[in-house]
Unconditional design. Structure first.
Length: 153
């Protein structure tokens, strides 16, 4: 999993999308949609993926949430979910009117993953964000270490 140098969130998302063979779209939404402490949700649709993330937070926090959802994708956590992954089209249509709900196969949030899966996703997101910090700070040695760690995913 290569971290773009210099850091670029759109290129990171593009790389994950290319590996998955399907586009990934980002949609900022109100906190009302991402309830129960969730700051982000992954909508797996028939032809693409959508990451919903709460508005009103810093760019760094939003990027971390996006990286957390990308980590779930990279780790294949959609293949082993728990609980109800169906989507409430009415609630989603109100909170994110730009999102077409007809093709949603799964809606994945915190309650759909095991504690181990959440730990793995958070760890990978943190490593990705460490790469962001390193590549924007110019620490070439740190960048090499982060790249080696992320090369295993």
């Amino acid at each position: 999993m290569g971290i773009p140098v210099p850091w670029n969130r759109d290129q990171l998302i593009g790389g994950v999308a290319a590996r998955r063979g399907r586009p990934i779209h980002l949609v900022p939404v109100s906190h009302a949609l991402v309830q129960g402490g969730h700051s982000g949700l992954w909508l797996a649709r028939a032809e693409d993926d959508v990451i919903l993330y709460a508005t009103g937070m810093s760019d760094v926090h939003a990027t971390h949430i996006i990286c957390h959802e990308l980590a779930h994708m990279e780790l294949g956590h959609d293949r082993d979910t728990i609980g109800d992954t169906s989507v409430d089209s009415t609630v989603l249509s109100v909170a994110a009117p730009s999102v077409d709900t007809t093709g949603v196969v799964k809606m994945l949030g915190r309650s759909n993953y095991s504690n181990d899966q959440e730990y793995e996703a958070e760890l990978l997101a943190t490593l990705i964000m460490a790469g962001r910090r390193v590549t924007t700070g110019g620490d070439a040695a740190g960048d090499a270490r982060v790249s080696r760690m992320l090369g295993t995913f």
